[in-house]
Design a protein around this ligand. Structure first.
Ligand code: B12
Length: 148
């Protein structure tokens, strides 16, 4: 069964290359992707997740203001009664010196997983498949076409 994923760059951030690569990789892996593009507000993520009955919401942030941009994000998701897995990734803090600290901050904010800017899209896809409980079938294990 196809799973719908909302993807976008939050806040005033205009870095588009990362989400374009993620979109292509997710689509190639069989996900239905709603790409909100850059400079997306929290409301746009929440509205898209509700309208598309999304299984996952993937937030990207590169310019160092993710903490401010994501404040109250999970409260909005809860208020809209959305039951979706949430990931965030990119350059999440200015300088990003201690990623363990950054990860722990965003986990406490409510994100299910937190990825740094070295993340290979395949890593996120494997995590999504595990979190969305998408077991591969016997034929897939034998190396045939993967459908999700
Ligand atoms: C190109 C670029 C720009 C371009 C963007 C053009 C465009 N429309 O995309 C321009 C020149 C406009 C720009 C502007 C700015 N930039 Co700039 N930019 C870059 C640069 C050089 C490359 C970004 C890129 O395209 N990388 C290639 C893609 C493939 O990688 P990626 O974006 O990291 O995405 C991958 C991963 O991060 C991850 N990922 C990303 N999001 C997510 C989300 C999830 C859920 C997951 C799982 C994974 C994931 O997967 C992606 C694919 O592999 C980086 C430095 C760098 N080397 O990364 C700086 C960089 C991101 N920029 C930076 C800054 C500061 C800015 C400005 C604020 C500068 C300024 N003072 O004006 C502005 C912000 C403007 C704005 N409103 O956004 C800083 C951010 C610093 C920080 N966070 O601490 C960086 C790191 C440069 C630096 N070393 O200082 N920038």
């Amino acid at each position: 069964m196809t799973k719908t994923v909302i993807l976008g760059v939050i806040g005033s951030d205009a870095h588009v290359v990362g989400i374009t690569i993620l979109e292509q990789a997710l689509e190639a892996a069989g996900f239905d992707v709603v790409n909100l593009g850059v400079q997306s507000s929290q409301e746009e993520f929440v509205e898209a997740a509700a309208a598309n009955d999304a299984e996952a919401v993937l937030v990207s942030s590169l310019y160092g203001h993710a903490k401010q941009d994501c404040e109250g994000f999970h409260q909005r998701i809860a208020d809209a009664d959305i039951d979706a897995t949430t990931y965030i990734g990119g350059n999440l803090a200015v300088g990003q010196d201690d990623f363990d600290e950054t990860r722990s901050f965003f986990r406490q904010m409510g994100f299910n997983r937190v990825f740094d800017s070295e993340t290979d899209p395949e890593e996120a896809i494997e995590a999504l498949k595990a979190d969305l409980d998408m077991h591969s079938t016997e034929s897939e294990q034998e190396g045939q076409t993967v459908s999700v």
